[in-house]
Every structure is written in C-alpha cells, then in structure tokens.
Write a protein that binds this ligand. Structure first.
Ligand code: ADP
Ligand code: MG
Length: 342
C-alpha cells in the first residue's frame, strides 16, 4: 500500500526459505482509527489466531485513541484541555506514560517537538472554526504564551500545568505509542511475524517467512511516482515519515501544513519531509516530527543523542541523513543502530 509517503512493498528482495510451519497463514486488515488508516499484516498458525490477534490489537488502539485524542470526547487529554487550570488531574497509566515520553522528546529536541503546541494548532485552524486568513500578530502572541513543555508536570498517576490556559496535542507521538502497544498485543496472542503501517509510520516485528526483513519504502517527495527515496529493511524496529502534505489548510491564500515551529509559532517551511528510524515506534514518530521542525542539520544531532537515525529532505530538495543511515545506489537503506539503553 502507498499512503502518506510510506509504501509497504512485500517481497522486494530476500532469500526464499521454507515458511515456519507455525506461520503459514498471512492475514491483512485495514481500519480507520486515530483519524488514519492502520494496516496490519500478520503471519499466524491459523486464521482464528490471526483474527483474534488483529481484533485485540485494533481494540487497544481504539482504547488509546479515546484516552489521548484532543479532538473530541471526554478522555484524559480532552478533559485536561477543557480544564485549562493548574490543578493535578488523575490520568490513566498510558496517558501518563505518553505525556512523559513527549516531554522527554521536548527536551531531547530542545523544544522543536512540543506536546503543548495545541493553542497554536487551534489558532492556525487545524481544529476547525477559523476564517481563511492567517492569524494576526496579537492572536499568535496570545497562543505562544500558552505553549511550553516546561510548564507541564507529571507524577505517577496525574498531570498538571503550571500555567493556566495550556493544552496538550499528542498528534505528533500518539500513533507511534499506539503502534508499540498494538504490536505488544499481537505478541501476547503468539504472533511473531507482523508489520503495522499507520499512515506514514511502520513498525515491524519479525520478518515474513522467507525474508530477512519487511522492506518499507520511503517515497521521494520530489518525485512521488518515481523511484523511492529509500527502501528500509525493517525488523523489530520502526520508521516514521512526517510531511506537510498530509494535512493542510489555506491561510491568506497560501497552503500551510500542520507541523508548527513552537519557537516562531508558524508552520514549518524549511523541510519537505523527515523520516526517522528507531527501535520503538513512539521514538520514531516523535523524532520524525522533531526532525521536520529542527531542519536537516539539527535533526541529525538530535537523532544521534537519541540512538536513532534520520533522513531529511529540505525545502530546496537537498537530502541529509544522519551518519548511520546509509542509502546505496539502488536505494536500499542500511542503518547501523544500537537500541537506546533503557
Ligand atoms: P502525522 O500525525 O500526520 O503522521 P506527525 O507525526 O508529524 O504527522 O504529527 C503532526 C501533528 O503533531 C500535527 O497535526 C499536530 O497535531 C502535532 N504537532 C504539530 N507541530 C508539532 C510540534 N512542533 N511538536 C509536537 N507536535 C506537533
Ligand atoms: Mg510524529
């Protein structure tokens, strides 16, 4: 499939070997969840095992969507945002965990990634309800005053802001977190070989029978229908791609994208596409967004600090990669990596 910059191409290369008898059935499913298409391919002993694993994985993602969305409902994040106060709010362990990961990424990226970005997201019209003009300077300044990861506190089971009027938007990290959780659910059902593809972000467990890895294609944003930018062999790792194409609004006659620079308060223009490779999907997701904001040079430094890798296409079309992310003449990527110490 080909969605939002990432294509999953099965059987592109690999040695042919006999399938392990336990993994003879291949089942693929696709469902809309968290506002995007989640495509899951599993190999299982039989279709009953596969169906049970898929059902539980999608149920887990739906549960996390309810907790983490800032679009609707009365889940943890929606309630925190509606309160806008500085009191402690009890949240589910998963909410606390993903907010903690987001704050860690705000630090690692020196503020390029910021989960408190929501007031800016709203003022630019990415939650509906504003005119087609760009925000005025005073509107931007008011929104910026309500953004800053340093004004968020977490304890073991609660979250609070240290300023009023603050809001969280986990859109840059929640799908990655959900992928890690969905993969863990598949494993509790005995599934070892699987690929999960969440609209621009892939997470692999073990390779399909007969292959060394799941070949995941990163599209070239300069020539979307031509050769890919890279084909990443994925095993027990994740690759995420962020780009402005996915979600845009027209403001003042110009199309602007949904990834904002917390420091300027404006949509990022320096980057066309940023891909990130990491052991965990939560890290790949946050890093792709952070790299998009930080721009090519800083992105490589952030990736290295995080034991991860990036491949960034700048606005002018120049491609930059971090040191361990190699792409050969045939566009096959090889990534030397060591999982972060945990
Ligand atoms: P997608 O969700 O389309 O895969 P990203 O992972 O890059 O793309 O996340 C973009 C989303 O993250 C935006 O729609 C918005 O909700 C949120 N966001 C925008 N700018 C930032 C930022 N600087 N830091 C963290 N989150 C951001
Ligand atoms: Mg992201």
């Amino acid at each position: 499939m080909r969605a939002h910059g990432v294509t999953v191409a099965l059987l592109v290369w690999g040695t042919v070997a006999s399938a392990a008898p336990a993994d003879t059935v291949r089942v693929q499913a696709a469902r809309l969840t968290m506002g995007a298409l989640l495509d899951i391919t599993v190999f299982a002993a039989d279709s009953t095992q596969a169906a049970g694993a898929l059902e539980s994985a999608y149920a887990e993602v739906a549960r996390l969507d309810t907790l983490l969305t800032d679009w609707r409902g009365d889940g943890d994040i929606a309630r925190l945002n509606a309160a806008g106060d500085t009191l402690w709010h009890a949240v589910a362990p998963e909410t606390r965990e993903v907010v903690g990961e987001a704050l860690r990424w705000a630090q690692l990226s020196r503020g390029a990634f910021d989960p408190t970005i929501r007031p800016l997201v709203v003022v630019w019209g990415f939650r509906g309800g504003v005119a087609s003009r760009a925000p005025r300077a005073d509107e931007l300044a008011a929104a910026r005053a309500r953004v800053g990861a340093r004004f968020v506190r977490v304890d073991s089971a609660a979250v609070r802001f240290t300023r009023t009027g603050m809001q969280l938007d986990l859109g840059g990290i929640a799908k990655g977190y959900a992928l890690d959780r969905a993969a863990a659910v598949l494993e509790t059902h005995g599934v070892r070989r699987a690929l999960l593809d969440f609209a621009g972000q892939a997470l692999a467990l073990d390779a399909p029978p007969g292959l060394d890895a799941w070949p995941v294609v990163i599209d070239d944003p300069r020539r979307p229908r031509a050769r890919p930018l890279a084909v990443v062999p994925l095993v027990r790792a994740s690759v995420a791609t962020s780009s402005q194409r996915e979600r845009t609004v027209t403001r003042g006659g110009r199309r602007v994208g949904h990834i904002l620079d917390p420091r300027s308060g404006r949509p990022v223009r320096r980057t066309r596409q940023a891909s990130a490779f990491a052991a965990r999907a939560v890290d790949a997701d946050a890093l792709a967004t952070a790299a998009f904001v930080a721009g090519a040079g800083d992105a490589a430094q952030i990736a290295t600090r995080a034991h991860a890798s990036v491949l960034v296409v700048a606005h002018d079309g120049r491609v930059t990669r971090s040191a361990k992310f190699r792409v050969d003449a045939r566009r096959r990527a090889s990534i030397a990596w060591t999982p972060a110490p945990r």
